[in-house]
Design a protein. Structure first.
Length: 70
C-alpha cells in the first residue's frame, strides 16, 4: 500500500512537470497555423494552434464556413 502511495505521488509530480513543459512550449510558440474544431468540453467551435495545440481563440464566420460549421 505504501509503495502505491509513493508511486501515485511520483506520477503526480511527473504530470506537473509535463504540464509545465507544455506551458513553456505553448508560450514560446508563434502559432503559425491553426485548425478549427469543435471542443466537446466547452461545446463551442474553437481555433487551436496546429503546432502546440493551444487554444488560440474563436473562428470568424468565414473560417466557420470554410470548415463546414455553417
Amino acid at each position: 500500500m505504501e509503495n502505491d502511495d509513493k508511486r501515485v505521488e511520483d506520477i503526480k509530480k511527473e504530470i506537473k512537470h509535463l504540464k509545465e513543459d507544455i506551458d513553456k512550449i505553448q508560450s514560446d510558440c508563434e502559432h503559425p497555423e491553426h485548425k478549427v474544431l469543435f471542443d466537446n468540453e466547452s461545446r463551442t467551435v474553437i481555433k487551436r494552434c496546429s503546432v502546440c495545440d493551444k487554444k488560440t481563440g474563436f473562428p470568424t464566420n468565414d473560417e466557420l464556413k470554410e470548415n463546414g460549421y455553417l
